[in-house]
Write a protein that binds this ligand. Sequence first.
Ligand code: PMP
Length: 327
Amino acid sequence: HMATIRYADGKGWYEPRVEARAPIPMDPASAVLHYAQEIFEGLKAYTLPDGGVAMFRPDANANRFNSSAQRMAMPQLPVETFLRSLHEVIKIDRSWIPEVEDGSLYLRPFAYASEVFLGVRPATEYLYLVIASPVGSYFSGGVKPVNLWVTPDFTRAAPGGTGAAKCGGNYAAGLSAQAEAAEHGCDQVVYLDAIERKYIDELGGMNVFLVLDDGTLVTPPLAGTILPGITRDSVIKLAQRDGRRVEERQVSLDEWREGTASGRVREAFACGTAAVITPIGVVKSESGEFTNGDGGPGEVTMSIRKQLVDIQRGLADDPFGWVHRVL
Ligand code: PMP
């Protein structure tokens, strides 16, 4: 199914509907087709041990959706409306949640400029939708490290750009970089900062953490050029609860490479909604390649992964109130 809500200036959000998923009619002059005024979110609904259904921190997705809307000159959607639209789709489509370990219903709320207008200015009409798609285990046959390609050619976001927004245009601009990574046999691209071309920003669809020899976590700061990942935020809170130091600071590719050689950097992992936490194996760049740890999943990485997955799945206490039961 899909949920839809319309918006017009002066009228606000109106006509909320849940109906069978179907094509949406579009005029060729719909503003989004020309100027890409579009934002989205991604989160999962999954089954709890008692048969209930939950989402993980959907309020954080709602807030990020509204930050993205603000950056893209789009209207704010009340958090309650965002949550209700997800509930409605999950209620009808819950039988689509695959009954495999890790199975979930991926939810994709998004909004775009639907106004029929060819001038360049913020649109006055929008359409908000939620669609859903079943996903099976991300790692069938065990957690496998990802290999990364550091792109020398492309950046993801400059200061003042849209890096902190989850807008379609960011991903359109990243497709060439992703293709370049695939040509080098890598799963994901690593973006360096746009100014000095020196510091790690993030991956194509995940945030990055390094684990130092004293157990400290290091991750690039939220300086407006990376997406504020909800998994990233959860990892920081879990690590701090365990008494682990977390440094949100700039980290250069050189520091990472030299750290793996000297033993200062023991592990590295990537995190995001799709895979939750993934160990990083080999990092390739124009100046050669290096391996994190022994190339396999690290101990700290896997321990944080288990803590997070267990909370999400309702197998461990939820001290932060992250698990949002729907049914
Ligand atoms: N960075 C980018 C560019 C992403 O697309 C994603 C996936 N939404 C993330 C980071 C991780 O964010 P989250 O943990 O909220 O999924």
